[in-house]
Design a protein around this ligand. Structure first.
Ligand code: ACO
Length: 328
């Protein structure tokens, strides 16, 4: 059987930094509250451009690392909840901006689990033997849908893009080896953006009622996210006969440091074996997991042969876990 290996990984964070002090300057909040409740110290904001620009930059870095050109790509899958527009897809815009003239592609909406959904999808195209180079990108310009006057939401999110290249593995036992994904639409009430779609097309009322911003019942989401991320991580370990000793890193979606810590605790992993960058980027939705992979691979902490458990939870509710044996 053909396995999909991750053969390159790239991350792009825009230059503009919003630190916690910025929010102290106009909201009833403190750096101390934000750090202790979320683990976030700063986040990046894309001042000009859209999600496709984050995705293109991440894709370029990934292709450069592999030493191939955009015309070598067969398929582009973009996980995002902040597409540039409803149509055409962000994948179409990225294909054009990148010059990936031999690729087709599509967007996929899985919120904070979007990257894992996209990775699961991309891996099928490689495993089937029909495609040889699939670019899986997680990119979100969360600042476009964040209400900066709401202290519950403003502090949480940032903008970013990150990508992986999937190719057939040259060696057995390396690559994306297993994935479990879940969906429970009853979670819609607690986490959504109701305006702008076919249910509530944009009107003055939808704008006045702030329906084009993220709505989140943080406490409700927190409770299910803690259980969902931990359970799926334990399930992927069990299915693949992995003990905590076998796992080099947990790669969790970066929504809240307390959710990350509790998932690691349940897996029996010390925090040194958990990838974390939430302190510098906040929650960049579909970009968090590949951004961690890119940073840890980039500075040599992630090595060939490392067993990784990727885990995410997000709007839908969506959640999932993926087992990867790192191949580069
Ligand atoms: N500064 C100071 N106080 C604040 C702030 C702030 N920035 N934000 C909220 N508070 C207040 C609240 O108003 C509340 O006050 P009250 O008790 O007077 O009502 C108090 O702090 C505690 O609020 P909680 O909501 O209970 O705070 P909690 O500890 O749960 O932290 C948080 C909130 C960080 C949002 C947390 O609930 C969380 O991380 N939830 C899960 C997020 C998540 O995983 N989302 C999924 C992915 S996102 C996606 O898919 C798009």
């Amino acid at each position: 059987m053909i396995t999909a290996a991750i053969t390159a990984v790239g991350h792009y964070a825009p230059d503009k930094v919003l630190d916690n002090k910025y929010f102290e300057s106009y909201l009833d909040t403190t750096d101390e509250w934000i750090v202790t409740r979320t683990g976030i110290r700063e986040r990046r904001i894309l001042e000009e451009g859209a999600t496709s620009d984050l995705a293109v930059e991440a894709a370029r870095r990934t292709l450069d690392q592999r030493g191939i050109g955009p015309e070598d790509i067969d398929l582009i899958i973009i996980a995002t909840v902040t597409p540039d527009m409803f149509f055409p897809s962000t994948a179409a815009l990225v294909q054009h901006k990148l010059g990936a003239k031999n690729a087709w592609g599509f967007d996929l909406s899985g919120a904070c689990s979007g990257f894992l959904y996209a990775l699961t999808t991309g891996m099928q195209f490689i495993e089937s033997g029909r495609y040889r180079r699939v670019l899986v990108i997680g990119a979100d310009k969360m600042s476009a849908i964040t209400d900066y006057s709401d202290r519950n939401i403003a502090i949480l999110f940032g903008d970013g893009g990150a990508a992986v290249l999937l190719e057939p593995s040259e060696e057995e036992g390396y690559g994306v080896l297993d994935a479990i994904n879940f969906l429970d639409g009853s979670g819609m009430e607690a986490l959504h953006m109701k305006g702008g779609g076919s249910w509530n097309p944009p009107t003055h009322d939808t704008v006045d009622n702030k329906m084009h911003y993220i709505y989140q019942d943080g406490r409700a989401v927190f409770k299910v996210a803690v259980v969902g991320m931990a359970d799926v991580s334990l399930e992927i370990m069990r299915r693949n006969n992995l003990t905590s000793e076998d796992v080099a890193y947990l790669v969790p979606h970066q929504a809240n440091m307390r959710i990350i810590q509790s998932t690691a605790d349940r897996m029996g992993l010390p925090m040194e074996r958990v990838m974390v960058n939430i302190d510098r980027y906040g929650n960049t939705t579909a970009a968090t997991i590949p951004s961690c992979l890119a940073e840890y691979y980039g500075d040599g902490r992630l090595k060939r042969g490392d067993n990784l458990v990727l885990a995410a939870f997000g709007a839908g509710y969506t959640w999932g876990g993926t087992y990867v044996r790192w191949s580069i």
